[in-house]
Design a protein around this ligand. Structure first.
Ligand code: FEO
Ligand code: CA
Ligand code: CA
Length: 635
């Protein structure tokens, strides 16, 4: 974190107020007006936007009254001296010979989380931090089918023949920091070469901080102290702190490591550390055949150094990213923040796997409202909780604190470092509720209402059934908070924190919506990322099967009034893509959406999509800015 914010940066107090003030101020009056003017009508509703029917077109389709700007595409240069991707040459297989150094200077692949950091008030200028979750090699390299279905032997043969593709893919992972600004017509554009421009990749040094720093299980041959990792991987959703830093969440990190068989001969502590997030015999990308650290037979601890929430200071391109281990290790979907009533920071995170849990971390110390530097390492100290949803509509945040309850040396937890490293196992012991893939979380600090998307769970059983999942035995049947077995379309839960305080230990909960074909005129499936607008409507983007067989999209769901829980589609994605991001500017006039993996399901040779550049071009994951034509706030 930089000592000063630099010229043009937003004062800390404004950054801190930005996400709650307008929402708090306008909510009451505006919500009432909207409900009276448009009582559930077909064309207006809570957002005043028309409903878009589902689409299967290979483009971004929008409800009438909306426009979008194509802000930046995979391969666009972040720096003035970097070349841009030639999407025509790439469609002919040219990336097989590409230099990875070039990719590390360009906007990465598969953009996911997007967060906006206002500069100069944020109406015309700001920084974007964007995650690049993973790569679809089959869409930009010749001679590959989908990596998830390809036999390991063929992946191994491919990377041994073309070892350069491993560093190319590593360079396409990670995070981008870029400057965006609006032109005179209100359109957003990327400004390359700003002094904040930065690429963090799967090979950039990141520091380990918090209770697991230096833990024996985090020490490797290359880092015997267990304090510095090369890279951040599978960065899914994220969050932003009131002091203007970015939180990026490492999700499916097990995809990158192979050689799990070697663990059978490893010492029991190491095996136990891997038990609840098990590695596979072969990775999805074959990296272990080229780089020793991705091979558990040669480096059994490296994988444990991924699966954390990482804090990045977008205002200081020289600041080393920090893996904040106090928030625990799992498949973190997000790190969504809200101030508590006593000025601390709550960070919510879903562990996106079937039958995994919802977490909340609350800092020990309050956020300093004006001195940015005082918040530098705030996320290293605090209390981590996991959610238990009870059948009577109540719920508890159960502390995951070493020495508390079952988290004792007798149960294998010798320190808080052990608790955060084996987070899932600790949560099992305290009695957390296994959920249907907890994804994004949208907390509203002003009301203490917190929305949680559960994407789906086809393995949820119709009736109570004992079974084994991810290294432990549990009941795979339905419960009150995950009522459908199987659950192919997912649901959204509304939590009301006790006393309206995101720092509370007790809450009430209810189902906001159960996705699927019965979900009204715009049924949605597989709710993924979430954002609240200025009037308390929940914006939902999807990742998965849609009830009508259409492409993924963006939906608006009122949380109050007669239309509560009834989605209205406003945007549809190109072929094969999921929609990610879903972050507003502080004035709610712009929603940033990341179009991830357009063309997935096809290959380079048999493309399903050529978005956004058109036929003859490789499809490019890209960032769009959604606005109203009339410039008014979206909510
Ligand atoms: Fe990266 Fe859970 O989606
Ligand atoms: Ca996601
Ligand atoms: Ca997703």
């Amino acid at each position: 974190m930089s000592d000063s914010q630099g010229p043009g940066a937003e004062p800390l107090s404004r950054l801190m107020g930005a996400t709650v003030s307008r929402r708090g101020l306008v909510k009451g009056a505006a919500a009432v007006t909207a409900a009276l003017a448009f009582p559930g009508g077909a064309t207006a509703g809570a957002t005043g936007l028309q409903r878009l029917p589902g689409s299967n077109a290979d483009r971004v389709a929008l409800a009438r009254g909306l426009v979008s700007d194509l802000v930046i595409r995979w391969g666009d240069p972040l720096f003035l001296d970097a070349p841009g991707l030639d999407a025509r040459a790439a469609a002919r297989g040219a990336l097989l010979e590409a230099r990875p150094g070039v990719a590390a200077r360009q906007y990465g692949y598969n953009n996911d989380a997007v967060h906006f950091f206002p500069l100069d008030g944020g109406r015309v200028r700001g920084l974007l931090c964007v995650n690049h979750e993973y790569t679809n090699e089959e869409l930009f390299l010749p001679g590959l089918e989908g990596l998830e279905t390809l036999e390991p032997a063929r992946i191994e043969a491919y990377v041994r023949r073309h070892p350069q593709v491993v560093s190319l893919s590593l360079a396409m992972h990670g995070v981008s920091v870029l400057l965006v600004e609006r032109d005179l017509r209100g359109r957003w554009r990327h400004v390359p070469g700003s002094r904040w421009a930065r690429r963090i990749t799967g090979a950039s040094p990141c520091e380990i901080t918090g209770p697991a720093r230096g833990h024996p299980l985090l020490r490797t041959g290359a880092d015997p102290a267990g304090v510095m990792v090369l890279g951040t991987l599978n960065n899914c959703a994220g969050g932003q702190t009131p002091w203007g830093t970015y939180l990026t969440a490492e999700e499916n990190v097990d995809k990158y490591f192979g050689g799990a068989g070697a663990l059978e001969r490893a010492d029991p502590a190491l095996r136990e550390a891997h038990r609840r997030m098990p590695p596979k015999p072969a990775s999805e990308h074959g990296w272990e055949h080229v780089e020793a650290r991705f091979d558990l037979a040669r480096e059994p601890a490296e994988m444990l150094r991924f699966g954390w929430v990482v804090e990045i200071d977008p205002l200081d391109p020289s600041a080393v990213p920090k893996k904040r281990t106090a928030l625990g290790r799992c498949k973190h979907e997000c790190a969504a923040t809200a101030l508590t009533k006593n000025g601390r920071l709550a960070v919510y995170s879903g562990d996106d796997d079937r039958f995994e849990y919802l977490y909340k971390f609350v800092t020990a110390d309050p956020v300093h409202p004006t001195k940015r530097e005082a918040n530098r390492d705030l996320l290293d100290r605090g209390t981590l909780y996991v959610a238990r949803f009870d059948a009577d509509g109540s719920g508890r945040w159960l502390p995951l604190v070493h020495g508390n309850g079952p988290l004792t040396p007798g149960n294998g937890f010798a320190s808080q470092g052990d608790v955060v490293l084996r987070l899932r196992a600790a949560a099992d012991l305290v009695g957390a509720t296994p959920m249907d893939r907890p994804e994004d979380v949208a907390p509203d600090a002003a009301t203490g209402r917190v929305y949680v998307s559960l994407t789906n769970n086809v393995n949820r059983q119709p009736v109570s059934t004992r079974g084994t999942w991810n290294g432990r035995e549990l009941d795979l049947g339905p419960d009150a908070a995950n009522p459908r077995g199987p659950n192919p379309f997912g649901h959204v839960i509304e939590i009301e924190e006790g006393g309206g305080d995101c720092g509370a230990l007790a809450f009430r909960w209810s189902l906001l919506l159960e996705a699927g074909p019965d979900g009204g005129p715009s049924p949605l499936g597989s709710p993924d990322n979430l954002a609240l607008d200025g009037e308390g409507n929940l914006w939902i983007v999807t990742d998965g099967k849609q009830p009508g067989g259409h492409h993924n999209g963006c939906f608006v769901v009122p949380t109050h009034g007669p239309e509560r829980g009834r989605p209205r589609q406003v945007m549809s994605a190109p072929a094969g893509a999921e929609v990610c991001g879903c972050s507003f500017t502080p004035d709610f006039t712009t929603l940033f959406l990341a179009i991830q993996h357009p063309g997935e399901g096809g290959t380079l040779e048999t493309p399903r999509s050529s978005w956004p550049d058109g036929p003859g071009h490789v499809p490019r994951p890209s960032l769009i800015a959604l606005r109203r034509e009339d410039g008014e706030p979206l909510g």
